[in-house]
Design a protein around this ligand. Structure first.
Ligand SMILES: CC(C)(COP(=O)(O)OP(=O)(O)OC[C@H]1O[C@@H](n2cnc3c(N)ncnc32)[C@H](O)[C@@H]1OP(=O)(O)O)[C@@H](O)C(=O)NCCC(=O)NCCS
Length: 81
């Protein structure tokens, strides 16, 4: 699930990957990697300016995410309504 939004310093849309989920029965077959690769290809073909996502510090999927980018030092603040 991803959402496009505007950004202060860019003209082109920013893509927020809100959730990445693969059916547990289908995991470990490269689908998660392919979904990210597909989104990157989409971002390039549509000239989006940025793609980003959040995850828990201890999420094992970070092994996969680290293949694409380095995590930055942002910290998330969240209010629940
Ligand atoms: C994260 C998720 C999308 C990965 O999907 P997937 O199809 O299983 O991932 P892939 O098969 O493409 O895995 C690619 C690499 O990721 C790593 N990886 C992915 N999930 C992992 C896990 N749970 N534990 C350890 N390594 C994992 C492996 O290094 C793997 O590399 P390999 O193929 O060389 O072994 C899937 O596990 C999922 O839906 N998890 C639950 C929801 C979730 O946590 N989403 C992320 C929220 S930010």
């Amino acid at each position: 699930m991803c959402v496009l939004h505007e950004g202060t310093w860019v003209d082109a849309p920013i893509c927020y990957l809100e959730d990445l989920f693969v059916d547990p029965a289908c995991r470990g077959q490269g689908i998660g990697r392919r979904l990210i690769e597909d989104l990157i290809a989409l971002a390039r073909s549509r000239a989006w300016s940025r793609l980003y996502w959040h995850t828990r510090e201890d999420n094992p999927a970070r092994e996969l995410y680290d293949e694409f980018a380095q995590a930055d030092d942002f910290v998330r603040y969240r209010l629940q309504f």
